[in-house]
Design a protein around this ligand. Structure first.
Ligand code: FAD
Length: 413
């Protein structure tokens, strides 16, 4: 069985490690020159800037064999990039790096993968080209804006800016990190808040805050009791102008944002109504002028190299697009907390699916809403266990048998 793994970020690395352990014939393709994905400064998918801080502790962010290697602290992004680059020593797989995959075409019993300067035929494709690949930015007027407007993905181009009047739109993780960085570099910073998030410090009672492997602090802080405890420890964020956190929103982890808010270095503004040519109109009718506006408004997942119709809705096991054979999509839903937790679970499943030990059924696909809300690793295990326990042995419910192994890829009509 030959497998092409597309993408050399965390999920691609995890998949190649797992496939190699199973003795499968792997070709690893990436547009980048080395493994690490968005954590590398030289990646075409890079999202790093000098002051970027990891939000998950090392104990959750590295592969399970390495859990004790760094103690339990937050790594610098460059340390993490270095760790990932060495996490899959070349071990028999063919590497086709520096080659963007342009097109994957279903052929008899497999796929033809067409990349820059490479074309190959494979039985299976494991796609790990990342989720953060199309910025979801605010609309700008047709003539553009008199101020500089960038998406958070391009923030590194601003990371030396000083003395500017800045607006950061959004208070998700990227928004609070960027607002903190701008504020600490002497810029005048406003943040526009549409809905509240719970801002959680990195350490509580001397322990790193983490998403649960089995019911830990990050999940529990969303319960009313734990919220009260958090209020006792860090105070009421409403007092600093932030709205009450929305019910099930994932906590945003940042010491710096709490710090800059409390020092009055950041001013909270309402949701943005629209970006206009010379100023920004807020939802309450007020307007402000800025030198720089950063849209920290998230990303969309795009798969331009895969056949039209392949998308992230209705994934079986959270990995398999229904009706498309021999294609596995990794990181296809929002991973809450450490991405490594979901990456390792999916990587463990990859060779079992390829070898036919798990036959995906047509039942119980992941709903778009569930994919949007996402899973922690612990939630994902529970979701998968629910599927297996309702199925027979290793076959997931609704399975039509070994269709996926025998026929060539087909697309939904
Ligand atoms: C700013 C930021 C901070 C984050 N902080 C954390 C954190 O602290 N902890 C955590 O657990 N998670 C964090 N995450 C989540 C992060 O998404 C994961 O940690 C993980 O790195 C994602 O890995 P990936 O393999 O899915 O994607 P990526 O790292 O994006 O890798 C995708 C790879 O595929 C390549 N590629 C894309 N398209 C093609 C193509 N057509 N042909 C060939 N190659 C292609 C890209 O160049 C890249 O090498 C953060 C994300 C962002 C954006």
């Amino acid at each position: 069985m030959s497998v092409a793994v597309l993408g050399s970020g965390l999920f691609g690395i995890a998949a190649v490690r797992s496939l190699r352990r199973s003795g499968l014939d792997v070709t690893w393709l990436s547009e980048d020159q080395a493994p690490g994905g968005l954590w590398r400064a030289d990646s075409l998918a890079s999202k790093v800037y000098p002051s970027l801080l990891m939000i998950t502790p090392s104990g959750d962010s590295v592969f399970r064999d390495d859990r004790s290697r760094f103690g339990d602290r937050f790594l610098r992004w460059s340390e993490y990039a270095e760790y990932l680059s060495q996490a899959m020593p070349q071990d028999g797989e063919v590497r086709v790096f520096g080659a963007r995959v342009r097109e994957c075409v279903p052929v008899e019993d497999g796929w033809e993968v067409r990349a820059d300067s490479f074309t190959g035929k494979f039985d299976w494709i494991v796609n790990a080209t990342g989720r953060n690949n199309r910025p979801r930015a605010l609309a700008v007027p047709p003539g553009g804006t008199a101020y500089r407007h960038v998406h958070a993905s391009e923030y590194r181009t601003l990371s030396s800016i000083e003395g500017a009047r800045c607006l950061v739109v959004g208070t998700g993780q990227s928004g609070v990190d960027i607002a903190s960085d701008l504020a600490l570099r002497g810029n005048e910073v406003d943040v526009s808040v549409r809905s509240g998030s719970l801002i959680v410090p990195k350490y509580i009672l001397g322990k790193p805050v983490r998403a649960p492997r089995s019911g830990g602090l990050a999940r529990r802080v969303t319960s009313p009791v734990k919220r009260r405890l958090l209020r006792l420890l860090v105070g009421r964020q409403e007092e600093w102008g932030l709205p009450e956190p929305a019910g099930e929103s994932m906590p945003v982890v940042s010491d710096l944002f709490l710090h800059v808010l409390r020092h009055g270095l950041v001013t909270v503004r309402p949701a943005v109504g629209s970006l206009r040519e010379n100023d920004v109109l807020f939802a309450d009718g007020s307007t402000e002028r800025y030198d720089v506006v950063v849209s920290a408004t998230g990303y969309e997942w795009t798969l331009p190299h895969l056949p039209a119709g392949v998308q992230d809705s209705g994934l079986l096991l959270g990995m398999l697009p229904p009706g498309v054979d021999r294609l596995i999509l990794l990181n296809g839903f929002r991973c809450k907390g450490a991405a490594m937790a979901c990456a390792e679970i999916q990587a463990d499943l990859v060779p079992r699916i390829v070898l036919g030990e798990i036959v995906p059924g047509t039942g119980a696909p992941l709903s778009p809403e569930r994919a949007r809300v996402g899973f922690t690793g612990a939630d994902y295990r529970v979701y998968l266990a629910g599927l297996t326990s309702r199925g027979r042995g290793r076959t997931f419910p609704g399975s039509p048998g070994s269709r996926a192994r025998r026929s060539s890829p087909s697309l939904p009509s």
